[in-house]
Design a protein around this ligand. Structure first.
Ligand SMILES: C[S@@+](CC[C@H](N)C(=O)[O-])C[C@H]1O[C@@H](n2cnc3c(N)ncnc32)[C@H](O)[C@@H]1O
Length: 225
């Protein structure tokens, strides 16, 4: 299944933190050989410097009672912030294709010692398996470039949005702005390609936030409500 291995230096927060082995299978699907180490990298405190999670959550305008899907939730870095923002009157779906990541994210939520309402969905590569009409926001951080056939994927996902629902996409710039990442930048999706693909999927760009130094941050809504 694994056709080749690359040694990658994951640079999170602008600081070289360690060496991680990534297993590469297929064209673009990369999965870390050591998931535990990968999860620790995602949660590294240095990451906050460029990821600005509080500012991201504030920009999303989340309110108690809202329903949010964290698509490609990984370690739960943002999932934890979402459960605090929407409170237990809301709903957070943590969605990932890796069961180990979901288990880790769930444990990290429990350790917050705050009441929360959440579901953990083991996704299929081609579907987040979200219920119809279930969420106000689908949040996709550093995961868009992992997805395949993205226009079809997001066209199908539209049915999971409640009326007025949005999709927010944050991902690394494919050029020098993202800084050293530890994997080839041709895996990344340029900003304009995201807009083109999401337009093809039936969305329009609602707004763009420009405060993240290494990533674009785009919000889309269905072109026809
Ligand atoms: C780089 S991590 C980002 C994690 C998290 N969003 C963050 O910002 O910390 C990408 C995550 O996407 C997940 N992933 C990859 N393909 C996916 C798919 N088709 N559906 C859902 N999750 C996927 C990976 O397992 C991994 O947890």
């Amino acid at each position: 299944m694994m056709t080749r291995r690359i040694i990658a230096f994951l640079l999170l927060g602008g600081v070289m933190t360690s060496t991680v082995t990534l297993a590469q299978h297929g064209q673009d699907q990369r999965r870390p050989a050591d998931i535990k180490e990968y999860l620790e990298q995602l949660d590294h405190p240095e990451r906050d410097q460029y990821q600005k999670p509080s500012q991201v959550v504030e920009a999303l305008g989340l309110k108690p009672g809202m329903a949010v899907a964290d698509l490609g939730s990984g370690s739960g870095y943002f999932t934890r912030r979402f459960v605090e923002a929407v409170t237990d009157s809301g709903m957070v779906y943590a969605i990932d294709v890796e069961q180990e990541m979901l288990t880790y994210a769930k444990e990290s939520l429990v350790h917050l010692h705050v009441p929360f309402t959440a579901e953990f969905i083991l996704a299929r590569p081609d579907s987040p398996k979200l219920p119809t009409d279930s969420v106000d926001l689908i949040f996709v951080c550093n995961t868009y470039h992992h997805l395949e056939n993205r226009a079809t994927y997001f066209s199908n996902v539209k049915s999971a949005l409640k009326p007025g629902g949005r999709i927010a996409i944050i991902d690394f710039y494919h050029d020098d702005r993202s800084g050293p990442l530890g994997f080839p930048k041709h895996h990344l999706v340029p900003h304009d390609t995201v807009v083109t693909e999401m337009t093809e999927a039936g969305y329009k760009l609602l707004r763009e936030h420009t405060f993240l130094p290494r990533q674009y941050f785009l919000e889309f809504v269905p072109a026809t409500p």
